[in-house]
Design a protein around this ligand. Structure first.
Ligand SMILES: Nc1ncnc2c1ncn2[C@@H]1O[C@H](COP(=O)(O)OP(=O)(O)OP(=O)(O)O)[C@@H](O)[C@H]1O
Ligand SMILES: [Mg+2]
Length: 316
């Protein structure tokens, strides 16, 4: 399938544990300044895909095939030191889990100092001034107090926003954001989404954002990809994917939107397969209300269903 050359090109990437393939050949491309939204139920491999790009896969998981190119750099060939320099400066990651990502024994200010000083020569005072300025632009009141606080002294929502600020402070070209707002209540969620959009305008950062919440993606993203069972089953411009979905799974996700929590029980029966389950045909066929005879036998490849719009469905 044709891939446009983007800032980040993920080409047929495969990630495996010792026992199962978890990401089973995903291709997508993100342009400069683009916001790309990734949806899909729990366990379909979204976090694993993002972590493969940052080369931060947990022990036991590894990339077993495919390619990753960031601005012409082959990420899979980059030595760890080169990757470390890239990560945090040009390509940053907002973890799904602020508790895991922040160190409770160090202040928020120390986190900023570490990030900023490991990627450039900057004095302590100037670094803290820039961090405070960024946090003020994120509407975090009293940045001085937050910088002096330890993560355990702050609310979960505040820590999540600190993580986003840490990911933005080096003005990266690409931010990989894994459920950056799902820990927040609805009002704060909307505010943080608006803040991320504002920062994108200011710094022209591209954002690959994972969210269970299609409403968040509908608001933020230009392009949407839908993952199911380790595969990208649909991708395209937001208006087409949400307005004229080509895959029955996408239609089911859209029907589930009122839940806003990734819970699809009302719109489609059953649950996604576990990584160990092997399908001769389409992995969604057992749950699909529109399955044809062919769906059980042959895996559907992504094919074009509209302008820049692709879906992996025999019936599309
Ligand atoms: N370290 C690991 N070793 C083995 N399997 C793993 C490991 N980490 C994740 N998995 C498995 O990989 C699959 C995909 O997990 P992943 O966290 O990428 O899903 P996800 O789409 O991000 O889900 P969620 O929406 O719940 O965050 C899951 O079945 C999970 O159990
Ligand atoms: Mg995840």
């Amino acid at each position: 399938m044709p891939m446009t050359q983007g800032l980040l090109t993920i080409d047929d990437i495969r990630v495996s544990s010792a026992r199962h393939e978890i990401v089973k050949g995903v291709s997508l491309s993100i342009g400069q300044g683009e916001i790309y939204g990734l949806a899909g139920e729990s366990g379909c491999g979204k976090s694993t895909l993002l972590k493969s790009v940052t080369r931060l896969l947990p022990p036991g998981l590894r990339v077993v095939g495919g390619g990753l190119a960031f601005d012409g750099i082959d990420l899979l060939a980059l030595p760890p030191e080169g990757m470390r320099r890239l990560r945090g400066r040009r390509l940053t990651f907002v973890s799904q889990n602020a508790v895991e990502a922040l160190n409770d024994s160090r202040t928020v200010g120390a986190h900023f100092l570490e990030t900023m000083r490991s990627h450039g020569r900057i004095g302590r005072k100037e670094a803290l001034r820039q961090a405070a300025e960024l946090m003020a632009s994120l509407d975090l009141s009293d940045p001085g107090r937050i910088l002096a606080s330890y993560p355990f002294e702050l609310s979960g929502g505040m820590n999540q926003r600190v993580l986003i600020a840490l990911a933005m402070v080096m003005k990266p070209d690409l931010i990989l954001a894994d459920e950056p707002t799902s820990a927040l209540d609805a009002a704060v969620q909307a505010q943080v989404v608006a803040e991320m959009m504002g920062l994108r305008e200011r710094y022209r950062a591209a954002i690959l954002i994972v969210s269970h919440n299609l409403g968040v993606l509908a608001h933020m993203a230009e392009t949407i990809g839908v993952m199911y069972a380790g595969l990208l089953v649909e991708r395209g411009p937001k208006g087409l994917v949400l307005g004229l979905p080509g895959h029955p799974y996408t239609r089911a996700l859209i029907a589930a939107v009122p839940d806003l929590d990734g819970n699809m029980r009302d719109s489609v029966q059953g649950s996604p397969p576990s990584p160990g389950e092997v399908f001769p045909g389409c992995p969604f066929a057992p749950r699909c209300p529109e399955a044809l005879a062919a769906c059980a036998g042959t895996p559907p490849a992504l094919r074009q269903v509209g302008d820049g719009h692709w879906a992996a469905c025999h019936a599309a």
